[in-house]
Design a protein around this ligand. Structure first.
Ligand SMILES: Nc1ncnc2c1ncn2[C@@H]1O[C@H](COP(=O)(O)OP(=O)(O)OP(=O)(O)O)[C@@H](O)[C@H]1O
Length: 264
């Protein structure tokens, strides 16, 4: 099938497989995964525990290496893309250093990368504004709520202005109201910055609300069960979740998850 999408391909995986060798034998974390992610896409990866979502993100980020198949990020290997600072990574836990202020946490990667003090300050102010944490620069992580800490962690990933944001269940530990709010904010941030986002979640509503593309995965071995290109508009108020279109997409995701589960 000829692909006619004119936007640049940012991530391209072809027949990607990764088998971990463990004491209990091989674990097929990913098997023959093929996927194209385009410039400005918001892609969610959803699937049951152990289906390889984190592994896929880690391969993109050069934290794991595939055992078969190919993957390019911005047209080069994940290793080169990492050296080019192509992506920021947001983990499940905010992972802020407790002995550093919020500003200090955001500046840390910039210090390591050798940015001047002025540039560090400029970028820190800018990303704190983007995640609506202006004024919290001198606070320590423990002085912020869980949601604010997660926003600080997103700010840190944004600080070196990578084109791609890899987010591994960043809101998984937060309550639903905070999560709704952060989802709204993240969509606005995505819209303003035009970044390409790969986002891992266990939540069907979160995946449908956020994504332009939903990748449904199934376990043992980790494969792609369905890829849904979302027909929802780019601007999405929270109450879009009550619309028939939203419910229909959620239904298709659920079907994909069920089918992927086989007869387990
Ligand atoms: N370093 C490793 N060594 C051995 N097995 C691993 C390693 N990392 C992951 N696995 C296994 O690979 C499979 C995929 O794991 P992965 O963490 O990618 O799944 P996931 O879909 O992100 O799960 P979750 O939703 O629970 O985070 C699992 O069976 C896991 O136990």
């Amino acid at each position: 099938m000829k692909d006619t999408d004119p936007r640049d391909t940012i991530i391209s995986a072809e027949n990607l497989s990764l088998t971990f060798q463990t004491n209990d034998g091989p674990v097929h974390a990913l098997k023959d995964v093929s996927l194209d992610v385009r410039q400005g896409d918001f892609v969610s990866f959803i699937g049951p525990s152990g289906c390889g979502k984190t592994t896929f993100l880690r391969v993109m980020a050069d934290l794991e290496h595939q055992t078969a198949g190919t993957i390019t990020v911005n047209g080069v290997t994940p290793e080169e893309a990492r050296r080019n600072r192509a992506y920021g990574y947001v983990f499940q836990a905010a992972g802020l250093y407790p002995w550093r202020t919020i500003g200090g946490n955001i500046r840390l990667p910039l210090e390591i990368m050798g940015y001047s003090r002025d540039e560090q300050a400029r970028r820190t102010t800018e990303v704190l504004e983007l995640v609506e944490l202006s004024g919290f620069e001198k606070k320590f992580p423990w002085q912020l709520s869980g949601g604010m800490q997660q926003r600080a962690s997103i700010a840190r990933a944004l600080a070196f202005d990578a084109d791609i944001l890899l987010m591994d269940e960043p809101f998984g530990a937060l309550d639903e109201i905070v999560r709704d709010h952060l989802n709204e904010q993240l969509l606005k941030l995505w819209d303003r910055t035009g970044k390409t986002i790969c986002f891992v979640t266990h939540s069907i509503p979160e995946a449908v609300y956020l994504s332009t593309k939903i990748v449904v995965m199934s376990p043992r071995p980790g494969r792609i069960a369905d890829v849904i290109d979302s027909p929802l508009p780019r601007h999405r108020p929270l109450d879009i979740r009550d619309s028939q279109q939203f419910i229909d997409i959620a239904h298709r995701v659920r079907e994909g998850l069920r089918a992927g589960h086989g007869d387990e």
